[in-house]
Design a protein around this ligand. Structure first.
Ligand code: V47
Ligand code: SF4
Length: 384
């Protein structure tokens, strides 16, 4: 039998020959196709399709970024039930950085940092002028770093506090160097689940509207999905479909980040953590559904380093970055390292047989791709 015939027979046995043919033909998959892929017991067959789609886009390149997270406060008016990071004002462990404290953290950041990722809770009184000054100071200290700051949730919050429109907020932040918004706050779009896990957060439509607006103003954004809590696989599919529809309209999303729920220290109790295979299925289906979003991030902070490496064979092409001082996932029990060095990220990528490519927030390539390890050195690395 030819390779193609063997492959056809495999997907035929699984009842997925038509879906596999659509993937190989570069055709769009429906929500129902996605559900059928999710239900496929042979996770490696699903992974092979996602890997095909990933390889068609990126060959064996795997991206990473030298970046730093800057969480300016954990005081938040929202109180999402899944969040272990948030505190009430005055509560033990609550913090709000001064401009000088934030500056000191940026000064301690290596000169070659390509991205500074600034997010925090929805603080009840910090004015927009504080954030304008913060971004201006960060830009002054690290002029080469791109500023990826503030989720749609924070933008909506600033607009409410200042009684101005989200457009005005974004225009003022863009003026002091904002180029990109991270993808947080999307959670899951289904209105019933959303009400149960984050009743005070902006609605799905509001989240999508702010990203649409940002794209129309020339800003790029990422997008996320928080999964493994109260949602069903169908909810995940509908979430991906909503992101895909907005991307058809604007083309402004750069990267999708599937975020597996970390179950510790939150008010969302009684949730069994997802199996590793269900995480990989979700990443693979995301790659296959989001045919118009170029990059899928295996965020090692939430997945753990080993699972993030496996995810590179299930559709992901990016590992995020050095991160430094991540709080949201680690306060929720994420078992991953506190930070990774550039050397460690490159080794992680090479040991899986991919070519590491350093990037900035917009996925501009900053380095010549450097070759993956050959089989002999891979063996040595595995034995060490
Ligand atoms: O919006 C909160 C999620 C998000 C938990 O755009 C949790 O490049 C899992 O969006 N378990 C913030 N997830 C993180 C985020 C992000 C991270 C890295 C890169 C980018 C990017 C975006 O974290 C929140 C929420 O969806 N989150 N609590 C938890 N217990
Ligand atoms: Fe606040 Fe964000 Fe935590 Fe929700 S997820 S409580 S908005 S910090």
């Amino acid at each position: 039998m030819t390779d193609l015939a063997t492959m056809h027979a495999r997907y035929d046995r699984l009842g997925l020959a038509d879906v596999a043919a659509r993937v190989l033909g570069g055709e769009r998959l429906s929500i129902e196709d996605g559900e059928r892929l999710f239900a496929c017991p042979d996770v490696t067959a699903l992974g092979a399709l996602a890997h095909h789609a990933r390889t068609r886009l990126h060959g064996d390149k795997t991206y990473f970024v030298v970046n730093r997270h800057l969480n300016y406060t954990n005081i938040c008016v929202n109180g999402c039930l899944f969040c272990a990071y948030r505190r009430e004002r005055g509560e033990d462990g609550a913090f709000a950085l001064s401009l000088e404290e934030a500056e000191a953290k940026v000064r301690a950041t290596p000169e070659d940092t390509a991205e500074i990722h600034v997010v925090g809770g929805c603080h009840p009184s910090l004015p927009l002028a504080f954030f304008e000054e913060l971004l201006a100071r960060v830009k002054r200290l690290r002029p080469k770093a791109l500023l990826k700051c503030f989720t749609a949730v924070e933008i909506a919050h600033f607009a409410r506090l200042e009684s101005i429109t989200p457009r005005e907020v974004l225009a003022r932040l863009k003026n002091v160097g904002l180029v990109m918004m991270p993808g947080g706050g999307a959670e899951i779009f289904d209105p019933e689940v959303r009400t149960r896990i984050c009743p005070h957060k902006l609605t799905a439509e509001e989240w999508l509207d702010i990203h649409r607006l940002a794209h129309s103003m020339g800003l790029r954004t990422n997008c996320t999905m928080l999964f493994g809590h109260l949602e069903t696989r169908r909810h995940r599919m509908e979430h991906l479909d909503a992101l895909r529809r907005l991307q058809d309209e604007t083309g402004g999303f750069t990267c999708f980040i599937p975020l597996p729920f970390q179950t510790e220290n939150s008010r969302l109790t009684g949730i069994t953590p997802l199996t590793g295979l269900e995480e990989l299925r979700t990443i693979a289906v995301s790659r296959l559904m989001l045919d118009n979003i170029r990059h899928i991030k295996a965020y090692w902070v939430m997945l753990g380093v080993k699972q993030a490496q496996a995810a590179l064979y299930y559709g992901a092409d990016d590992l995020d970055g050095t991160v430094v001082e991540e709080k949201i996932g680690h306060m929720a029990g994420a078992k991953s390292e506190a930070a990774l060095t550039k050397t460690e990220l490159m080794a992680m990528i090479r040991h899986c047989g991919f070519t590491p490519v350093e990037r900035d927030s917009l996925f501009n390539e900053l380095s010549e791709p450097s070759a993956p390890l050959g089989p002999a050195s891979q063996e040595a690395a595995c034995a060490s």
